[in-house]
Design a protein around this ligand. Structure first.
Ligand SMILES: [Zn+2]
Length: 374
């Protein structure tokens, strides 16, 4: 360090020697270049441009120089400080740009991620499918009718022409909630074994013409296995009007399968027996996969219909006049048709579900492929 005011020779002021000033400048430039973060650069900035930095101290020494030397020294120090400040600003913006680029990568938001990690629930495919079937009839002007699941035995059996000793009562294994009151012959209470009691209730409630569709849960004492469940769903249809015939029944069923499976679908009837319809028939629909082409064609076997060409859907027929009478409808004036089928079975072959238990166990891995239909 020099001793101010003792000499007028600028060479004696060590800090102001040109090579010293160059060294201070180069040290500062090297320190800035070596700073690899904004924090490190800030430290270098304090060390090389702050009030205690070599160049700042050298600047102060200028005052000690003789007047003719001040200009030269001032110019050298000023140029050095200018270069240092410029290098500092350049490095500062370089490091800031690097930081901004890094932040963009590190804090980037992946807009393709699901916005909601908790999946919203959806209704069960049985429910949505049952409503889709009901919609086919609603679009034809049918009303949806509902009835209790705990049903009077009279509605479940008697009104539908199942007499107390009718062998058909044994056809269905029934959950009895209350047995009939012995000798008095009063009606017991059952879990309904089919949706047909809603037909009887609707006929008692309404004046013909009646066009209703009844979707709902029904109960039978079956064990749960791959093809049976004690609780399942049926959809049943009833039309009572003047002049209805089997042709109206057939046309309505054709329309239903065409709405659900495609325009080239059709149905066929096979004679059968049910107490509440006369005549009664089993309803088959054309196999919607092979359209019957697998029949007698071993090269094109069809798993859906076992190469039979037809799939059994459910029972149907003209409403038995006894049922009309039991419900207060004049069978001389009115006739009607009815049919019903199981929703589970239809969902099974429509979507190749092989085990009925999958539908009742509530596992989302089963329901998810059906889509989150609300
Ligand atoms: Zn087929």
């Amino acid at each position: 360090m020099s001793a101010p005011n003792k000499s007028y020779d600028p060479v004696e002021v060590e800090a102001l020697k040109p090579e010293e000033i160059e060294r201070m400048r180069d040290e500062a430039l090297a320190a800035f270049a070596a700073a690899d973060s904004l924090d490190a650069l800030h430290e270098a900035k304090v060390a090389h441009t702050g009030p205690a930095s070599p160049l700042a101290l050298a600047n102060r020494e200028i005052g000690a120089l003789p007047p003719h030397a001040k200009a030269d020294a001032g110019k050298r120090v000023g140029m050095a400080r200018g270069a240092v400040n410029k290098a500092l600003a350049a490095r500062q913006s370089e490091l800031e740009a690097e930081r901004d680029a890094r932040v963009l990568v590190e804090e980037a938001v992946d807009v393709t991620l699901p916005h909601d990690r908790v999946p919203a629930g959806a209704r069960h495919p049985l429910t949505t499918f049952m409503e889709r079937v009901a919609d086919v009839f609603v679009s034809m002007g049918y009303e949806i009718a509902e009835g209790p699941e705990v049903e009077a035995e009279w509605f479940n059996f008697d009104a539908l022409n199942f007499t107390p000793d009718h062998p058909a009562r044994q056809m269905q294994d029934t959950f009895f909630v209350e047995g009939p009151e012995g000798d008095r012959g009063e009606s017991g209470v059952v879990l309904r074994t089919h949706t047909s009691p809603v037909q009887a209730r609707s006929l008692l409630d309404r004046e013909p013409p009646v066009y209703i569709v009844c979707p709902g849960r029904v109960y039978r004492t079956d064990e749960l296995d791959a093809t049976h469940t004690p609780v399942f769903h049926q959809i049943e249809l009833l039309a009572v009007d003047e002049g209805l015939t089997m042709a109206d029944l057939k046309g309505t069923m054709d329309h239903m399968v065409q709405s659900l499976f495609g325009a080239d679908m059709k149905t066929r009837l096979r004679p059968n027996y049910f107490p509440f319809t006369e005549p009664s028939a089993e309803m088959d629909m054309l196999c919607y996969v092979c359209k019957g082409e697998s029949v007698g064609n071993p090269d094109r076997p069809c798993r859906t219909c076992s190469s039979e060409g037809w799939i059994e859907l459910g029972g149907c027929g003209m409403v038995n006049p006894r049922v009309l009478v039991a419900c207060g409808v004049d069978p001389e004036k009115y006739s009607g048709f009815a049919f019903g089928f199981g929703i589970e079975r239809m969902l099974m072959f429509r979507h190749n579900v092989e085990d009925m238990r999958d539908m009742v166990e509530g596992d989302v891995r089963f329901t998810r492929p059906f889509g989150m239909e609300i």
